[in-house]
Structure formats: structure tokens, C-alpha cells
Design a protein around this ligand. Sequence first.
Ligand code: SF4
Length: 755
Amino acid sequence: MAFDLDMIKGVYARMEERINAARQVVGRPLTQAEKILYSHLWEGTATTPYERGKAYVDFAPDRVAMQDATAQMALLQFMQAGRPQVAVPSTVHCDHLIQAEVGAEKDLEIAKNRNKEVYDFLASVSNKYGIGFWKPGAGIIHQVVLENYAFPGGMMIGTDSHTPNAGGLGMIAIGVGGADASDVMSGLAWELKMPRLIGVKLTGKLSGWTSAKDVILWVAGQLTVKGGTGYVVEYFGEGAESMSCTGKGTICNMGAEIGATTSLFTYDDKMADYLRSTERADIADAADEVRTHLRADEEVYENPEEYYDQVIHLDLSTLEPHINGPFTPDLAWPLSKFAQAVRENNWPERLEVGLIGSCTNSSYEDMTRAASVAGQASKKNIKAKAEFTITPGSEMVRFTAERDGILDTFEKIGGVVLANACGPCIGQWARHMDDPSRKNSIITSFNRNFAKRNDGNISTHAFVASPEIVTAFAIAGDLTFNPMKDSLTNEDGQNVMLDEPKGIELPIQGFEVEDAGYQSPAEDGSQVQVAVDPDSDRLQLLDPFKEWEGTDLLGLKLLIKAKGKCTTDHISMAGPWLKYRGHLDNISNNMLIGAINYFNDKSNSVKNQLSGEYGEVPATQRIYKAEGIGTVVVGDENYGEGSSREHAAMEPRHLGVRAILVKSFARIHETNLKKQGMLALTFASPSDYEKVLEDDTIDIKGLTSFAPGSPLTVVLHHADGTTEDILVNHTYNAQQIEWFKAGSALNIIRRSVGA
Ligand code: SF4
């Protein structure tokens, strides 16, 4: 599991030159995020300034991390590149597929059986291509990354939206789709729009019941779930320096809830302490030597309003504990106002379950603070009124917490320790409930609380708070309880108060673990066989997409003219389809089933031009495919918005759609289409969308002289025998045109490595 010290030293060695060059081209002092971004340019040293919020920039991340659900397609695609090894250090973490039901041991055993083929596949690909593999039960991706791989000043992408957790160690860590991960592992650049910047200046010090979690719960209330979109959030100030490294991780983790690209903290002594206690003193020493590069230039801290697009000030000494929810993480309630909000909104006052842990809040400090509350309940003879579960973020934390009697303290008040996995945080929770649709309240120390997120019940009111507040509430079993002022009646009939929690930042005896759950890859993986059962319905090896045939595309049929919003979820739905994310042919049966057909206002109903009959979109497309007829999908504005889900681009490509022609694209989806070798075109005149008719046969001309900036021509052959020529634009650069010609971006890599 060893981190790559040479790689990290290499990053530090080039920082000075690159940061100086960036400062010069930008012409002003730099923030911390800018220093990291400019020192990770794909081109090397900066020669031009990149405008925030506008310029698209190619980066060279240092690492890739993948969780088991998204890793499947990322790795299947990576295998297409034909490389013998991954181009950058990468890891796979088995955390999302374990369902919580009775407790860690049993649940883990069931998951290993249920997901055996997926785990075997991930393990064998990892072994073959030099990827570190963290087995089921080893822990949750973000906690394991923080403990082992994150480093100050580094840049990482991860196939999970809470990847920014590593910002707690001063890293730029960004959540991406599987195609991006596959590109970076294959040795391609990674593109990102230069983010805008929000500075958060923290003064004062946390105390009493208030913890790092309350900082982000408060910030979420200020910025809302959209306020961080397109921004990197940089935290700094004496308040930041007084906060533990793992507390910083919690804040960065939940930056995803305000839509931020990522969040990060200035490198400081707390981070160095954490690195040393997790056996990475070498990294702390190396980081200490380049400390000035791991923070913004001093002018920025002196006058933040001049350098950030937005600045927020927060005095930690005045911050109250917060409880956010229900149904959205930005509905922020200070503890003192929460009971009233519960009563006024008629939310169920009885608290049924308190859940602590997850990737957001399962540090040693979190566990000790929660245990200090739980321990009081035992001592003061109070019985916990709600169910109480604990999800450790990693085996290392779990083992250490068990050794130090922390888990025992939880179990004494009825706590159930779940597997080191996502479990109830991602709906992998077989909750025991008399009526699974009953209106009820739960509180978690997780990050997300959208309807149905935890238990699939739309009537579950989920609130989010710190682990110590969750523990206190679970003991009280009452959402109107305020541990700072209310007493509880114990088993002896006495009124007792809970004292303020006391935590231990890092274990006094150090961290300990017997088997962390890590499996190193083979030194030489060339002989390793990748395990995929040809009869599997969850996994399927990919075949490379076919090269362009070298001619214009003639005689294509219109598959669907989608009307209005068509997000990646309309193109490739989630929900029950998620289990097929490793099987392109099976998941393609959801292709465009959510899109509304312009001609009949129905979803999943299009005309088959060969028979004149209406059928489901994927089935109709498969008929065209069987006949060797290519098709075109026409769409409206901002086609493909929503997520970076690569399946939305791969499915049409797999089923034989040749072009997507729309009024405008969401940028990420457009790039994904290009990477898969698909034609992504826009109407030069958006009103030409109206000219496309249901029975059209379509030609795409100009491909033999396909060049950047020059439009193509689409010929619409209408059923009445008339034709119309329309001009269509594209944004392909020279390299992307090569992707199209080769059949996909990965086919180019494949060629270059001679596979
Ligand atoms: Fe995502 Fe929850 Fe797992 Fe964290 S614990 S990685 S938020 S599912």
C-alpha cells in the first residue's frame, strides 16, 4: 500500500519553477489552489494565464482512486488502451456494494458472496495492471485515501463525488466519471474548466459541542447546494490551523454538497501531525521543505477580497452546532433553533435511528468525541432510546477504536458496529422497520440526506449533524433535545445532563491494524488473467469501437428527436440499471428511455422507419443495428447535462448511433461523446431543429475534409421526396478529429502502445 514517495518528491521538486512561471504569466500573487493547478499543467510550465470560469485546461493528475461501483466501467475502458500498466498510481476500493443489515461480520460475508464476480474482476484487473486493490471490508475510499495516499500539494481524480475529502491534507482532489479515470490511467491529459475561487477565512477556535462538521453545515447554509458550482473553496486562517487534519477532511468532503469542484486547506502542522501518525513522516518532511508553495502567497491572505471571487468569514468561537435537513443538506439549523423548527414543520419528533461514521465522519477524533458522549450515558445510567449504528471508515480506524475500548463503549448503549463500508449512506441498508413507508426521522453524521438516500423510503426525514450530536440525539431519542441545555431522565428517575464531548485527535498509542485489507498488484502482471464470466449479466469485456470508414455517412435514420431537457439520466438512467454498469450491452437497454419524443410527447416510444411501428428506443435501435443502418439522435438545448456518466456516451456508440445533433451540448457530455468516437454536432442555426421530421433519412457530408472550425453539412431527406441541406457546427480540435477517425480516444492509445 506504500505511497509513492519519489512521485511526491518529483511534484515538490518542480513546484518552485512552475509556480514562479505561473505568477509571472498571471501577473499577480497566487492562491493555494492556483499554485497546485498551475504546477500540474499537462503542458508543463505555464506560458499563458488561464481565465477562471472560462478557460478549459489540460492537467496531469498525480493519482487516480476508484470505488467499486464506478471502477467497473473505468477499468473495462482502461483495458481498451492496451497498456501493460496504469500510467499513474491508482487504487480500487470495495466499499459501495456492502449492504448493512445485522452487523459487520455477517454483512461482509453476504456481500462477498453476492458480489463475488465483481470483486474477482476488480481484483484481477488491479493485479494485472499495477493497481492497488483494497478488499471489501478494508474501508471507504475517501478515508483510506486520506490515511494512505493524499499528500499536500498533490492532484488526484477519483470516481466518486466525495473525492475532495483529500483536501483535508491540502490536495486538489476532484470527483470525475469513469471515462476520465480511464483516460488518466491510460496516459491521457485530463481537462477541467479553470475553476473560480471562494476563500473561507476561519478565525477563533472550535469548542464544546461544536466541531469541524458544523463549519461545513454552516457554509452549506450560506452557499446552498448550488453555490459552490464551478468553484474551488480554499480554507485558511488561524481557525483552520487549530483544527485537526481529519476535521479539515470532513469539511472538504462535504464541499460536494455545495456543488464545489473541490475544497482544500492550507498545509499546516496539523496535517504534518496526521502524516506522521499514519506512518508518512517522509512526506511531512518533504512537505515542510516546500511549505511556502503549499499555501497562498501572503498578499492573498492579507487581502483575500482582492484575489478570490468570493470571500466568506467565519469566527469559529461563535459557531453553534448545526443540524441540517431534512431532504437537503443546505437547510441549516443552529442547534438552539432546531427544536422549534421540528415542531413548527411538524417533522416526526421521535428519533428512530442515529447513524455515525461514513467517509465524512469516522476519524479517530470523531469516534472518541462520540464515545465520550456514549460513555456518559452508560455511567449516568441512561438507556439510548433510538437505534444507534457505527460505520467505521477504515479497518485501521476500526481496529484502533476496538483496541482503545471505543467500540465497546458504543456497544454498551446498544450501538451496532457495521462493516467498514458505505452501507446506509448510499441506501445499502436493509433497515428493520414495521412499515417501510412510514413517516419517520433519522439523524446521521453522513453528508447527503436527499429523500430515499439512506433507506429508500421517501417519508424518512434524514438530518445531518456531527457524530457527537448524533450520539446525543440517539440517546435522547428525541429530535427536540438540546444537549447543551436539556436534561434526560435516567433509569433511576434522576435528571442528568450530558457534558461536553472530549475527543482525542490522534491515538496516543498510535494507529494499529492487523490486516488493513490491501492487496498489492503483481510486479509483472502480463500473465494475470482477468476474471470475467462470459455468461455474466453484470460484467462484459469491451470490444474496441470500429474505426471511421473513411467516407461521408449516408442513409442514416432518425432514431429520436428528443424534446426539451435531456440529461445524462434521461440518456442512461440510474436506479435499477446501476447493477449493469459493468455490462455495456445490458445497460444499453436503458438508452434514452427517459427522453421525450418530439413527435408524440412520449418517453421510450419512437417510430421504426423500417416497419412504421412504434417501439422502445433501445429495441428500435437494435433493429437498425441488426440491419447495418446507422442512426442520428437529435436533441434540444444543453443536451447531456447532469453528470459525467460515460455510459450516456458509450451506449449510443455501442448500439450504432452515428451522430448526436443538438441545439447545444453540456460540455462534459460533448467531450465524452468525442472520446467514444461519436460525432457531436450542433445546428448552426438552432431553428433548423424544427426542420428534422420523423421519417427523415439523413446524410452527414464533409467528413473527408473534417477539420477544426469548418462546419459539416447535414442533408435531410424527407418522406415526401424533398431534401433540405443544413449547416452543422462542431468543436473538434485536431486531436479529437483523430479520436473520431480511430473510433475512440482509447484506440489511439492502443495504437501508440502497439496493442
Ligand atoms: Fe459516498 Fe457515502 Fe460511501 Fe462516502 S460513505 S463514499 S458519501 S456512499
